[in-house]
Design a protein around this ligand. Structure first.
Ligand code: AKG
Ligand code: FE2
Length: 417
């Protein structure tokens, strides 16, 4: 068999020096790849020729010298850019780079899984991987199974996928009762609850105004001002495979008996004159998480008339759905309403994740294949970091460096059940 000296080498273009990417256990390479996937993904076609050569070489079992520290980077590259299934990638590395390679990537699993979610919209079930930490199972949007989802060290959330297109799921235990009560108290204490406005109301075309369609009161809470809200937004972003940079300030809503929110879509409508300004930076509302903070005694269901779905409020549960389809087109079928509350009070919270992050740190990854002096192919992966220092940012709660997608896994943020 051809003994190809295939190695990964990384080089930064105008960013961190070569060694910084390879020389230690730094998260920089994965952060780079992840930011590229979570920010403005490079078209897979740009990589296809090189990627297929790399993938072909790997799967053909050619002699491979993959620098140990580059293993997670190799995995990230194949997942983020080549759109390969993480489980397959890890098995491949195990086979060609040596038994145990997959386990060496285990510390990176949360990030790799999230990267896979953000680039493919689905994640591997890696608990079948020998040596992987037990219990790492993630919701798979496409397999129809209801699964237990572990958010890293944190809460166990039971995710039930209700339907595929538009993708809609119910997340039981998304918030603990304490967290839900905290957010309600924070909204009350803010003094900012005011009659709700609507961004887009189909029947009248009214926008950004108070109208009969929405009679609740609401207020926004920024992640900066409240640690619990920050944690919850991180959780939503984590599950979606996005970063908190994709989130708007959360919106808390409060309904008294008789109050409701008539059928609407959550997206910004292109017919709205302010649409360009509203969507210029972050794009439209890709995902809605509607979280029940306090259930009412009766009424107040969230209903999707086109889909024939009704959900009675249940404290701590979240409904999550994609407002845009897989091609980025507004999905009319996500029409939904909050039915009038008939008894008791209902509190809820909207977490909207946009198509693009607030600030995108554009990174580039370029794979080149060249012959070395013996004529064997040499594969080089060049990753360019954004200019202007992109070192690890310490977590505000625990001080540890935050992970590749700007998230910290610290106990304080995620809590334990
Ligand atoms: O109150 C509900 O059940 C739904 C609320 C909603 O859709 C919204 O606030 O955008
Ligand atoms: Fe809504």
């Amino acid at each position: 068999m051809l003994a190809a000296g295939l190695s990964f080498a990384t080089a930064a273009e105008g960013g961190a020096p070569h060694d910084e990417l390879l020389g230690d256990e730094s998260m920089a390479p994965l952060r780079t790849a992840a930011a590229a996937a979570g920010g403005a993904p490079l078209p897979p076609s740009a990589f296809a020729p090189h990627t297929s050569r790399l993938a072909a070489a790997l799967s053909a079992g050619l002699h491979v010298r993959v620098l140990r520290t580059a293993l997670p980077l190799a995995a990230a590259y194949l997942v983020g850019e080549a759109r390969q299934l993480l489980l397959d990638v890890l098995r491949l590395l195990d086979a060609v780079a040596g038994k145990g390679s997959a386990v060496e990537c285990a510390a990176w699993l949360p990030s790799l899984l999230r990267l896979e979610l953000s680039s493919r919209g689905e994640a591997s079930e890696v608990s079948t991987l020998e040596g992987a930490p037990a219990g790492w199972a993630y919701v798979g949007w496409d397999d129809g199974a209801a699964r237990r989802v572990l958010v890293c060290r944190g809460r166990a959330i039971r995710a039930t996928r209700v339907r595929p297109e538009p993708r809609l799921a119910v997340l039981d235990g998304f918030l603990s009762r304490e967290e839900a009560a905290h957010v309600v108290a924070a909204a009350r204490a803010s003094g900012r609850l005011h009659p709700s406005r609507v961004v887009n109301y189909d029947a009248t075309g009214e926008t950004g105004v108070q109208c009969d369609a929405r009679t609740s009161e609401s207020c926004k809470i920024s992640v900066k001002s409240d640690g619990v809200v920050r944690r919850v937004v991180q959780r939503a972003a984590y599950l979606a495979g996005l970063t908190p940079q994709h989130a708007e300030a959360v919106q808390v809503v409060h309904y008294r008996p008789g109050q409701q929110y008539r059928a609407h879509h959550d997206w910004f409508s292109p017919t709205d004159s302010r649409y360009p300004a509203k969507t210029a930076v972050m794009g439209n509302r890709l995902l809605s998480f509607f979280v029940y903070l306090e259930e009412c005694t009766s009424g107040g269901r969230t209903v999707f008339p086109t889909l024939g779905l009704q959900f009675p409020p249940k404290t701590g549960t979240a409904l999550v759905w994609y407002n845009l389809d897989r091609h980025g087109t507004l999905d009319e079928r996500t029409l939904h309403a909050g039915e009038p509350v008939t008894e008791g009070e209902k509190w809820g919270m909207n977490i909207w994740l946009r198509e693009r992050p607030r600030s995108s740190r554009l990174c580039r990854a370029v794979l080149t294949v060249a012959a070395d002096k013996d004529g064997d192919p040499r594969v080089a992966l060049a990753v360019s970091l954004p200019r202007g220092g992109d070192g690890p940012v310490p977590c505000g709660d625990c001080g540890d460096p935050v992970g590749p997608l700007g998230l910290c896994f610290c106990k304080k943020k995620y809590g334990f059940d």
